[in-house]
Design a binder for this molecule. Structure first.
Ligand code: 73E
Length: 830
């Protein structure tokens, strides 16, 4: 209920707001009004930040009518929708996307010019909301963009972290983290609604009570609580008049909580209590693919999931709603295991608060959730110790035990007392400590379970959860990830977008398979030349950005070889590094003349989790190799290694369109999907990659001739593992590899100090969990193929165009259609 009393019955109560006129004059008037009345400054006295904030609010006005109309229609039709539950949303800058969605870019550019302002300067002023670590968070952002564009009812739920992913700096080549205060200069895109705060409880105990009907019920008596305050963000569809909602929760101390202490005279303690509560949404955990099992993280998870489920049941449904019909109204999509505590939460609400019988509640719950798994790495599969969970959420732990008991009873019924199987399938693990396997809980509760690329989904079924696949035939499915072409082609690469439209007309931006129409242009010499001009222009644009940002230069006559992604051993940045060191070694040893080496600029972008030591050592080594190689006159500027700090969505939008070569070199079977790989292919880079994640599908689509495949296949990896992998034997057997590693251990990149990179070297020689050395030779050979292919300018361009033409499949619009068809059954509603 949005309004009450007189307001609700007022004749204007249902009137939607009018959009400001979509004309240059109309815009200028609205913008100046915002500057004067909103920011409280004159145009003359305004700073760039004032102008940016006023512009953002002005653009918001244009979206407002569509937003309220979307909400009104949703209330009226009560159509089935998606609640996307994700602890991360890596949104990137909002302004450009909002202008694109409203088709206001030209009007605004012209209007601002009349005011003596350059739109580009205001766009550059925005600090991106970095509320995610990497691919998982960015995927959530792409998905909500696609759903809005496809007019599918969706509400995204998450956490409004006060500090997002840390800002990375380098001090003497080592990573140093700085807090990301993205809110410091104002947050023009959010709508806080403190009046709709929800109380979220923690701790305490559970007791048995008897209700009015004389039935015994378990009742949770929590020990403390916090307020969850919703902050709404618009999610505009692409020029379709729809605006969905992203609702992020902020933790605030409850008055009652600190007042009690405050009244007792302990002012400091009261403030401490407030800090404690508000810590919950203070900072994003900077770990990607390696959750740490910290109590605050479980608090964050429960906090946002309980707020979201409560919000949906209380605010989005009519008051007299029949809860047995809940699956006809909503599907809660679990973005990895982070929101899985929502399963026992929905059970608790249905049974304890709404008085449903257990079996009825379970039948509803099983239909209302679906689970997406994003990884296979054993260390990334979330488990919570029973001690911790029981302390923080005692009633939820009870519910999980009951779910497990019922589930294991079913397993026994099917398979008899097969104790090994029971132990394997139990949601509760006993070793090394008693804990809850969140992926198992999600699999038992979810109506569907999906992996994020074909290979990943198959391995998930066959290797990680085979017992569950046998037990629940048809539950497992695949939806290959995707990326939004609005941000990662239209906004990031306007020059290529224009070239595409010139060739195949409009319409491809919401129907990306139409890029197929470009295939024939690969044979058109003039088109190829224009395509190369676009690439070169994008390199110059990147050069300008990196010069200003970090003082790096990018030569537009170099092959631009790019590896941007989180730093993780399984992704094998160290393999890329060995290639660079090998090439460098060949030059300085005189094996090849510098003049005969393909000029290449290597760009790295990567953040390491602050506690991940080996990842940070590798960052240090990349920087050290870069300093030496870049400064060595023998190289004659034919190799450049640049590593701009703080790689984020904003930088990705500049780097990817300029790239020639996309590095996707994880050990086969370890990268669930990857999404950067798709962005590069769509922007006309060729991939050098292993048979892993979505690389497999990229190669199938773009064709073998337009992709540089190398390395072991997943079954070969398995086989080598079983046989016993001895990395040093590869070192012994390969002279090139030996020389590269020896050069690193000699101190050549550490001022003669042999101890600095010893940990990296011994890790490679004696551990090498991800088989870098085993794939080294194949990688070097594949890079030689790259050099040869690049020397054929026309042939390379042809391949690059075919990469663009055949990447339409990787639109996140297609991913959303697959979710609808295979998982949600949500008919797109207009
Ligand atoms: O392969 C990527 C995948 O493309 C995978 O590593 C990543 O998700 C992407 C989107 O599907 C991912 N992130 C996490 N797990 N898998 C993760 C785990 C814990 C915390 C934060 C992120």
């Amino acid at each position: 209920p949005a309004s009450t009393g007189l307001v609700a019955t007022h004749p204007l109560a249902l009137a939607t707001v009018n959009s400001p006129p979509a004309s240059v004059d109309g815009f200028v008037r609205e913008f100046l009004r915002e500057l004067n009345f909103g920011q409280g400054v004159s145009l003359q006295g305004s700073t760039v930040n004032d102008q940016y904030l006023a512009l953002a609010r002005t653009v918001r006005h244009y979206l407002m009518a569509r937003w309220s109309e979307t909400l009104r229609r949703q209330r009226e039709t009560q159509a089935k929708g998606v609640a996307y539950l994700s602890a991360e949303y890596l949104l990137g800058r909002q302004l450009g996307n909002a202008l694109l969605a409203t088709d206001l870019t030209d009007i605004v550019g012209e209007g601002l010019a009349q005011c003596g302002i350059d739109l580009a300067d205001l766009r550059a002023q925005e600090v991106e909301p970095g509320l995610g670590n990497g691919g998982l968070g960015r995927l959530a952002a792409c998905f909500i963009d696609s759903l809005a564009t496809m007019s599918v009812p969706c509400i995204g739920y998450g956490i409004r972290y006060e500090y997002g992913i840390f800002r990375q700096t380098f001090v003497e080549g080592r990573q140093v983290e700085q807090p990301d205060s993205w809110l410091a200069l104002g947050a023009p895109w959010e709508f806080p609604h403190p009046e709709n705060a929800r109380l979220i409880s923690f701790g305490g105990s559970v007791e048995t009570t008897t209700d009015e009907a004389g039935v015994e019920r378990r009742r949770w008596i929590p020990a403390w609580d916090v307020n969850a305050v919703p902050y709404n963000y618009m999610v505009p569809g692409y020029q379709n008049g729809r605006v969905n909602t992203l609702r992020l929760w902020r933790a605030q101390a409850t008055d009652a909580f600190d007042l009690k202490i405050f009244n007792s005279g302990d002012y400091e303690e009261a403030v401490r209590a407030q800090t404690f509560a508000e810590n919950i949404s203070k900072v994003l955990y900077p770990e990607d693919s390696t959750p740490q099992g910290k109590e605050l993280r479980l608090q964050q998870q429960y906090f946002f999931v309980a707020a979201s489920i409560g919000d949906f049941l209380d605010q989005q449904l009519p008051e007299d709603f029949d809860l047995t019909k809940l699956p006809e109204r909503i599907i809660f999509q679990l973005n990895d295991t982070h929101p899985v505590i929502g399963v026992p939460e929905l059970m608790r609400v249905l049974v304890d608060e709404r008085g449903l019988e257990w079996d009825a509640a379970w039948a509803i719950t099983q239909k209302c959730f679906a689970y997406t798994c994003h990884t296979l790495l054993p260390e990334a599969l979330e488990v919570w110790s029973v001690d911790l969970l029981g302390k923080l959420l005692p009633r939820h732990l009870e519910i999980i035990y009951r779910i497990n008991d019922d589930f294991l009873a079913e397993v026994r019924e099917r398979f008899g007392d097969d104790e090994l199987r029971i132990r394997r399938m139990s949601i509760i693990a006993e070793h090394p400590e008693r804990s809850v396997r969140m992926a198992y809980l999600a699999t038992v509760a979810g109506s569907k379970v999906n992996g994020v690329a074909a290979l990943h989904s198959q391995l998930l079924r066959d290797k990680v959860l085979p017992d569950f696949d046998e037990f629940y035939p048809g539950k497992f499915t695949n939806v290959t990830n995707g990326i939004t072409p609005r941000r990662f082609l239209r906004l990031a690469n306007p020059a290529l977008s224009e070239l595409i439209t010139d060739a195949i007309g409009v319409g491809w931006l919401t129907d990306l398979e139409r890029l197929r129409g470009l295939e024939s242009y690969a044979e058109d010499e003039e088109f190829r030349e224009r395509f190369r001009d676009v690439k070169a222009a994008n390199k110059r644009r990147l050069d300008a950005v990196l010069r200003e940002r970090d003082g790096f230069t990018v030569h537009d006559d170099h092959l631009l070889d790019v590896m941007v992604k989180r730093l993780h051993e399984y992704k094998r940045q160290s393999l890329k590094l060995l290639h660079i060191v090998t090439t460098y070694d060949r030059i300085i040893s005189g094996e090849v003349a510098a003049a005969d080496v393909t000029p290449r600029t290597f760009i790295f972008g990567a953040k390491a989790a602050p506690g991940y030591k080996m990842a940070k050592e590798i960052i240090h080594l990349i920087n050290a190799v870069g300093s030496v190689v870049n400064a060595d006159p023998r190289v004659e500027d034919r190799l450049k290694v640049i590593f701009p700090p703080n790689y984020n969505v904003t930088l990705a939008e500049k780097v990817i369109p300029a790239a020639d070569l996309s590095e996707q070199i994880s050990l086969a079977g370890k990268e669930a999907s990857g999404t950067g790989n798709m962005k590069f292919a769509l922007n006309g880079a060729l991939t050098i990659g292993t048979d892993d994640g979505a690389n497999v599908e990229i190669r199938e689509l773009v064709g073998n001739d337009n992709f540089f495949l190398f390395g072991m296949l997943e079954p070969q990896v398995e086989e080598l593992q079983t046989r016993g992998y001895v990395p040093s034997s590869f070192y012994e057997a390969d002279a090139g590899l030996r020389r590269a590693i020896d050069l690193i251990s000699s101190g050549a990149f550490s001022g003669g100090d042999r101890s600095v990179f010893e940990p990296v070297v011994s890790n490679l020689l004696y551990e090498d969990r991800f088989m870098v050395l085993a794939d080294y030779a194949a990688y070097i050979e594949a890079q030689a193929r790259v050099d040869a292919a690049y020397s054929d300018v026309e042939g390379w361009t042809r391949s690059a165009i075919l990469n663009v033409a055949r990447s339409g499949f990787f639109s996140s619009d297609r991913s959303m259609r697959d979710y609808i068809e295979r998982i949600w059954g949500t008919p797109p509603s207009i």
